[in-house]
Design a protein around this ligand. Structure first.
Ligand code: NAD
Length: 293
């Protein structure tokens, strides 16, 4: 039976630690940390995600400065809002909730966010910092996976790691973070031939393909650690990119869906916001050093 890598529990623990850092630094900073979630349009799933993020902020003592623009907003209006948030001294982190309505290109809008307020770690400068091993806000989902692996005592140095998926949001930064932690990393994607041959090599397998139950028992080396980033609703139930029932019996450790990577993504968003606030006010971040991938 595989060990469960419990993201919900770790995220709650990270929230407690962040709340302590915020409580301790608040007087010196003269204000609480602030996160602005910018939502454009009415994508229903986004509505739930934004509400969850704002609730998590409240638990930790982070102020929410969200804005919701109508779906038909022209790019200039969204840009103007981003510039306002860049200049707002109460705001330490800005997140542009994706997906955007059709017709709005995300590249220029993400690029307009002040890199030091880039709570999602997706700005070109921050991806460059990741490649060079320089400090900066990291992409939340892969940073959350790293925290979960470290907390679970999963050996990373020298491990054969395979990441399935090469998106800018998850797969690519995930591969870079594992490489920075001294794993030997292979990145598989939709054009990879004989996927199972590749994934069977993995001692550590991270799946972010966006394909429900793509990975079954035939893809997994017995004793591997399996991290499932995917999230889908199938027949009214949530599932991941990994066929949990088939893989759990042969894996050494596995993340559940829900309750694995999802809560960690939100936790790392809070970490990025609190760390940016600490930097802005000259407060120490040593307390959170183990969470900075
Ligand atoms: P994406 O669609 O941008 O990228 C998917 C990647 O998987 C691509 O690089 C593609 O080449 C690869 N791929 C697709 N089909 C494949 C196949 N058959 N074999 C091998 N590779 C294949 O998706 P994304 O934004 O990276 O997200 C991936 C999944 O993770 C989605 O299900 C998404 O909902 C989920 N997600 C979850 C969280 C979370 O917090 N839990 C956060 C972000 C994304």
């Amino acid at each position: 039976m595989a060990t469960l890598l419990d993201g919900r529990r770790l995220a709650a623990e990270i929230e407690r630690r962040l709340a302590a850092v915020v409580a301790e630094g608040r007087a010196a900073a003269g204000r609480p940390p602030g996160l602005a979630v910018l939502r454009v349009g009415d994508d229903p799933a986004s509505g739930v995600y934004v509400a969850n993020k704002e609730k998590a902020c409240a638990r930790v003592g982070i102020g929410s400065h969200g804005a919701h623009l109508p779906a038909e907003s022209p790019a200039e209006e969204v840009l103007a809002m981003i510039r306002r948030l860049n200049a707002d001294p109460r705001v330490d982190g800005i997140l542009l909730q994706l997906p955007l309505p059709a017709g709005l290109a995300e590249g220029p809008l993400l690029g307009a966010i002040d890199p030091d307020k880039d709570a999602d770690g997706l700005h070109t400068l921050n991806l460059g910092r990741l490649i060079k091993g320089e400090p900066g806000p990291r992409s939340c989902t892969p940073a959350g996976v790293m925290a979960l692996l470290r907390q679970g005592g999963v050996p990373i140095r020298g491990a054969r790691a395979v990441v399935v998926g090469r998106s800018i949001l998850v797969g690519k930064p995930m591969a870079l973070m594992l490489q920075a932690a001294d794993a030997t990393v292979t990145l598989a994607h939709s054009r990879t031939r004989h996927l199972a041959e590749v994934t069977l090599e993995a001692e550590l397998l991270v799946v972010a393909a966006g394909r429900p139950r793509l990975i079954g028992a035939a893809h997994v080396r017995p004793g591997a650690v399996v991290v499932d980033v995917g999230i889908h609703r199938l027949d009214g139930k949530l599932c991941g990119d990994v066929d949990y029932a088939a893989v759990e019996p042969i894996a050494a450790a596995i993340t559940p869906v829900p309750g694995g990577v999802g809560p960690m993504t939100v936790a790392m968003l809070l970490v990025n916001t609190v760390v940016a606030w600490c930097h802005r006010h000259g407060l120490a971040t040593a307390e959170l050093a183990d969470l900075l991938a």
